[in-house]
Design a protein around this ligand. Structure first.
Ligand SMILES: Cc1cc2nc3c(=O)[nH]c(=O)nc-3n(C[C@H](O)[C@H](O)[C@H](O)COP(=O)(O)OP(=O)(O)OC[C@H]3O[C@@H](n4cnc5c(N)ncnc54)[C@H](O)[C@@H]3O)c2cc1C
Length: 526
């Protein structure tokens, strides 16, 4: 019998990938030496057998029993997303409000029946894709107004259902994990090429529900750009938009679902724009004397119409940390990709722009495979989620937050937010990179690394998070460029959005979800 791989209930990856404690200790020693802090015992995660979960409050009817699980593994594995706060709580075995029941529907009829039962008994229903939310988006922290919470895990809906070669589009079920949908598209010689850092463990439906941003640093940054139409099930029936390349017919029904974070309906499938795999690549690592000079180059590139696929600027601290640049220099990781044409001319012009801003290329651009700087950056990018588990065990606070701001305010924004976060942090480091760039602005992404206050990590995290979020709002940025709102960003999102819009969103929810069962507490109060 083939056993399905199980995800770790507390951290990143699968159970069979968990290194031994001796290996974690060795990795922790390496990380501590590299960062210059982190001390004390390397802790072990709580074991499944030691978990003490509150008793489930819901008992599904016999007609749904075959879809539902309430065992400790299922409840713990669906209790949190994967923010630092989530990792710490799960690592230590603190599960205050796991879901009472986890449903695993296999088709739309199952979802309809599950939602109908939740509405009937007054339980909250929480859509769950890959569970990689970093904003409390899947955490069943619901009020006592609900009889309990049921998580709807969508991963069984993982098929590419249809391909339209003429229009280059594919109809894909929402529960498909990144690698699962890409493997199916590859059989047709196609690809979606939407690679968030969480690609391995997140789903198409989750990307759409959170407006995720992928590896394209310019042009097609958010998943929004790939969505042709969406289908969702609401408690009031199916919401499906027409397949259209574009439409000017009033407010977009897609747009309301994209970013709805599970409060309006369960997204079951979408038509997405796909493409041929790139045959041509060009990449270069460009060093700058400082972040400001690099940002000047990124702005020129973003306004040039060259549309680099990669255009990530790492400040000197972060560049040194990833081992991709010498001490004291900011690094721009620049890349182009195309299925159609060689990219020499694009790269030549981009290098000219960089040189105009003081950029220095230690090596000639790589024009076929990935260059050294892009390779080093990519390795660090894909390994980081695994490393965070080691950091929690090693007593290192590791958190990231991101925003977006127009170019005219970027320098002051990065300085203010960095300074106020550093002040709240005390010991430790705050690094910044630009992950996505637009003609009128960019998305600064901050990484916070600090010695954790053992046993007081959650309070420490809260102090830093609040200081950073306040600084972002005060400096005119958005509380999130691509990590979504969830439950954790609510205090700041509530202040950012226009009040009439909040009222309109509440009214839209009341219209499609009259019992307010879908993901209560996310985005708005029902
Ligand atoms: C290490 C790490 C790296 C990350 N990197 C990125 C990145 O590069 N770019 C980025 O944008 N984000 C990133 N994230 C955040 C996260 O991966 C994204 O928000 C992602 O889109 C969530 O997808 P998911 O399938 O895991 O959704 P989940 O975490 O399961 O759910 C997220 C939200 O969407 C809702 N939801 C999920 N599926 C559906 C559905 N089918 N219908 C309706 N609602 C649904 C949930 O209720 C919840 O509110 C990262 C997270 C981690 C931990």
């Amino acid at each position: 019998m083939v056993m399905a791989r199980r995800r770790k209930f507390w951290g990143w990856g699968y159970e069979d990938e968990q290194p031994s404690h001796a290996e974690v200790e060795r990795a922790a020693a390496g990380v501590r030496a590299h960062l210059g802090f982190g001390a004390g015992e390397v802790e072990r995660p709580v074991s499944l057998g030691a978990l003490q979960l509150p008793a489930p409050r819901l008992e599904p009817p016999a007609s749904l029993a075959h879809l539902c699980r309430s065992d400790p593994y299922e409840r713990a594995a669906h209790a949190y997303g994967r923010s630092y706060r989530d990792l710490v709580r799960a690592f230590r075995g603190r599960f205050d409000h796991p879901p009472d029941v986890v449903a695993h529907p296999t088709d739309e009829a199952d979802i309809e029946r599950v939602l109908a039962w939740c509405a009937e008994v007054g339980a909250a229903a929480i859509p769950f894709g890959g569970g990689t939310s970093v904003v409390g988006g899947v955490e069943p922290a619901v009020t006592d107004d609900y009889t309990g919470a049921l998580t709807v895990d969508l991963k069984a809906l993982d098929r590419v259902l249809e391909i339209d070669r003429v229009s280059r589009a594919a109809r894909i079920q929402a529960g498909a994990l990144g690698p699962v949908l890409e493997a199916q598209l590859k059989q047709h010689g196609l690809t979606l090429r939407h690679y968030p850092q969480s690609f391995e463990l997140s789903t198409l439906g989750g990307w759409i529900a959170t407006r995720a941003a992928g590896h394209f640093a310019t042009l097609h940054t958010h998943v929004d750009d790939f969505v042709e139409s969406v289908r969702a099930l609401t408690p009031r029936g199916a919401w499906e938009s027409r397949r259209l390349p574009s439409s000017g017919a009033g407010p977009s029904p897609d747009r309301l679902l994209i970013g709805s974070e599970g409060i309006l309906g369960v997204i079951t499938e979408a038509w997405v724009r796909v493409r041929a795999a790139p045959r041509f690549r060009a990449s270069a690592g460009v060093l700058f004397p400082d972040f400001g000079a690099g940002a000047g180059a990124v702005r020129e590139l973003a306004q040039s119409g060259l549309h680099p696929s990669n255009c990530r600027l790492l400040d000197a601290g972060e560049a040194a940390l990833t081992g991709a640049a010498p001490e004291g220099r900011a690094l721009l990781v620049l890349g182009f990709e195309s299925a159609d044409h060689p990219l020499d001319a694009w790269m030549d012009r981009a290098v000219e722009c960089c040189r105009d801003h003081g950029g220095d290329l230690p090596a000639a651009p790589a024009l076929s495979a990935r260059g050294e700087a892009e390779g080093a950056w990519r390795d660090a990018f894909t390994q980081m989620p695994y490393l965070r588990d080691v950091m929690v065990a090693a007593g290192i606070l590791a958190e990231t937050f991101e925003s977006a701001i127009t170019w005219d305010r970027l320098d002051a924004f990065v300085a203010d937010v960095g300074e106020r976060t550093r002040a709240a942090l005390g010991d430790g480091a705050v690094h910044c990179r630009l992950t996505h760039a637009y003609p009128d602005g960019a998305a600064p992404y901050f990484t916070v690394l600090a010695p954790a206050r053992r046993g007081g990590e959650l309070e420490q995290w809260h102090e830093v998070k609040a200081a950073a979020a306040e600084a972002i709002l005060a400096a005119g940025g958005t509380i999130t460029h691509h990590h979504a709102v969830g439950r954790e960003h609510r205090p700041w999102y509530d202040r950012q959005r226009p009040e009439p819009f909040a009222a309109a969103l509440c009214a839209a929810k009341a219209a499609v979800d009259p019992g307010a069962i879908l993901n209560p507490g996310v985005l708005i109060d029902p």
